[in-house]
Design a protein around this ligand. Structure first.
Ligand SMILES: O=C(O)CCC(=O)C(=O)O
Ligand SMILES: [Fe+2]
Length: 331
C-alpha cells in the first residue's frame, strides 16, 4: 500500500429507518447524491458512510444514480434465467470455482441450503460478457447495464470509504477500476411449512464491498459484537451495501466484515443479486500503512482474491471465514 494517504475528519447527518429493537441503532440509509454536492455536504456524507461502516458494517444507499428500470431489468433477467428449463442452466453447471461462470443448486457448495445460483465475473464487461448466458435473450444486455452501473457505484463508495478512513483514494482508484466484480445471482424457494428456514448459511464476503439487490426480504445481518440477526428491509429503489473481509484487512480492523445470511421468505420465492468488489485476482491487499502504528499493530496478513479461492475448497464445510485465517496471532 503506497504511503500517500491523509487522515481526515468530517461531521455527520444520516436518515434512519425504524427497526425492531436491537442493541444497536437502526440500519442507516444514506443519500449518495450528497457525495456530488458542495464540499461540506460531501464531507457529511462521507462521515455518515464511515460511521455506518464502523458501527454496523452495512447500510443502504438511495439516490445512487442506478435507475429503477435497470434494477428491475436485472431482477427480471435473473428470474427468467432461473425459470429456464434445466438443460439451459446445466450448460453452466459446475462446482469448479475457477470457472468464469457457474450454476449450481442446493447444498453442493457447502454453505448453501435451499438455493440455486449463477455466479460470474462482470468487470471489465467486455472480457466476461462472452461467458454469460444467451438465454433469456435479454440477459446480457440487462445484466450488463446493471453490472456497469453497480461498478460505478462501488467506485464512488470506495472513494468515500477510503476518505472516511483518512486515506487518499486516488492511490487506489486505478487498481479498483481494474478490480474484480463478481456477481452472485441467488434464487430461493418460498419457505415451506416443514422446511429449513435458512436459504444461505451465515458467512462474510471476501472482497472490499458487496452491493446487494433483493426482490423481497430475506437478507439478515449480524453487525460485529451483536448477538441477534437483523432483517434488512426492502426499500424501493435502495441498494444494500456491506463490508467484506478485504476491507477489514485494509482498515486494519477499524471496519469489520459483515456476517450475514439469507432466510427463506414465507410469502414468495426470492431473488438476490450480490455484486462483490475487490482488487484484481493476484493483487495483494494488506493493512494500510497509515493505519498501522505502535498502538495499532498490523492485525492481518496480506492476501489476494486468488488466496481466497485457494482457501475456499478446504474451508467451505467448516464455516471458517477467510478473514479469520488472515489474523496475525500476537499472543
Ligand atoms: O440472498 C441474499 O440476500 C444474500 C446473498 C449472499 O450473501 C451472497 O451471495 O453472498
Ligand atoms: Fe454474502
Amino acid at each position: 500500500m503506497p504511503d500517500c494517504y491523509l487522515r481526515g475528519s468530517m461531521a455527520s447527518q444520516v436518515v434512519q429507518l425504524r427497526q425492531p429493537s436491537s442493541s444497536r441503532p437502526p440500519l442507516p440509509v444514506i443519500n449518495l447524491g450528497r457525495l456530488s454536492k458542495d464540499p461540506a455536504t460531501r464531507a457529511l456524507a462521507i462521515q455518515d458512510i464511515a460511521r455506518a461502516c464502523r458501527e454496523q458494517g452495512c447500510f443502504q444507499v438511495v439516490n445512487h444514480g442506478v435507475s429503477k428500470s435497470v434494477m428491475k431489468g436485472a431482477l427480471e433477467a435473473a428470474s427468467e434465467f432461473f425459470e429456464l428449463s434445466p438443460e439451459h442452466k446445466e450448460l453452466f453447471a459446475s462446482t469448479d470455482i475457477r470457472r468464469p461462470i457457474r450454476y449450481d443448486t442446493s447444498s453442493r457448495d457447502g454453505i448453501s441450503k435451499a438455493r440455486s445460483f449463477l455466479k460470474h465475473y462482470a468487470n471489465p464487461l467486455e472480457d466476461w460478457v462472452q461467458y454469460w448466458p444467451m438465454h433469456p435473450p435479454s440477459y446480457r444486455q440487462k445484466m450488463g447495464e446493471y453490472a456497469v452501473e453497480i461498478q460505478r457505484v462501488s467506485m464512488q463508495l470506495m472513494d468515500a470509504i477510503l476518505q472516511g478512513l483518512g486515506l487518499r483514494p486516488l492511490c487506489m482508484q486505478e487498481k479498483l477500476e481494474k478490480g474484480v466484480q463478481f456477481l452472485a445471482l441467488n434464487n430461493y424457494p418460498q419457505l415451506s411449512h416443514r422446511g429449513d428456514k435458512i436459504g444461505l448459511a451465515s458467512h462474510s464476503d471476501y472482497g472490499f464491498l458487496t452491493i446487494l439487490l433483493q426482490s423481497s426480504p430475506g437478507l439478515e445481518v449480524m453487525p460485529h459484537g451483536d448477538d441477534a440477526w437483523k432483517s434488512v428491509p426492502v426499500i424501493p429503489g435502495a441498494l444494500h451495501v456491506h463490508i467484506g473481509d478485504h476491507l477489514e484487512v485494509l482498515s486494519n480492523g477499524q471496519f469489520k466484515s459483515l456476517v450475514h445470511r439469507a432466510v427463506l421468505n414465507p410469502d414468495e420465492a426470492r431473488i438476490s443479486i450480490a455484486s462483490i468488489h475487490g482488487l484484481a485476482k493476484d493483487e495483494k491487499v494488506c493493512c494500510a500503512d497509515e493505519l498501522v502504528d505502535e498502538e495499532n499493530p498490523e492485525m492481518y496478513r496480506e492476501s489476494s482474491f486468488q488466496d481466497f479461492l485457494d482457501f475456499l475448497p478446504s474451508n467451505i464445510n467448516n464455516y471458517k471465514r477467510f478473514v479469520e485465517s488472515l489474523k496475525i496471532n500476537r499472543a
